[in-house]
Design a protein around this ligand. Sequence first.
Ligand code: IPD
Ligand code: CA
Ligand code: CA
Length: 261
Amino acid sequence: MQDYSPYLKFAISLAETAGVIIETGWYGTFQTFEKGSGGDLVTEIDIAAEKAIFDRVRSTYPDHGTYGEESGGGSPLKEGFVWVVDPVDGTTNFSHRFPFVAVSIGLLYNGVPVVGVVYNPILKEIFTAIKGGGTLFQGKQVHVSTIQHLPRSLLATGFAYDRRETNDNNYREFCHMTQVSQGVRRAGSAALDLAGVAVGRFDGYWERGLKPWDIAAGILLVEEAGGKITSYEGGPLVLESGRILASNGLIHDQMIKELKL
Ligand code: IPD
Ligand code: CA
Ligand code: CA
């Protein structure tokens, strides 16, 4: 098997580069713009952080692809190495200075995540994973939770920017899962929600309307921490489908069943 550890080291240094930019904005000032009418925000920090990351990727690995939110996508995801980046996951939080924000950096090889880094530079929390090498939080190996029953679980979810334009907006699922669990949190960063499942803060997470840059890193964090990632129906995850179900594995089937109701 290929040794991906040099790429993990590089991904951590990319996250630190973005982290400095995010902190500069957080403790200073920045301009915020609306991308469309649905409340999708972008700040000058998102744009600067993505540029800094991809400039370094292109100069260090010129044959690797890039795929990022502020670039509106990029290279085909299933061809060789592709760096999939959300420079600020939780931009609404960032613009209100709610400290649940992260840079998410995933490296795919032929469409399969092999390295993942999610870094919250405000709370100074870093989650990293390498395929076959487990998941680390603050440098220490972590595992998903051992909660076995949905009624004893704490879950996470989110709502996409098209929520006002579609009935498939996750409101029904949110209400139902709130009834059948100990609670559902909507903290505003898919990457950190997945990291939360990996470290056992959450027992499960589901969401629709996501993009590959929201989850490319987080899915590896969950898998390498012993958790499970599938479609809502329990089949293999399709990165571009926008729908994801993540859990500690133990409550996975219960979540599949309840999401159907
Ligand atoms: C958003 C966050 C949020 C999720 C949205 C995403 P952004 O990303 O991950 O938790 O509910 O669907 O679009 O816009 O802050 O990068
Ligand atoms: Ca995002
Ligand atoms: Ca973003």
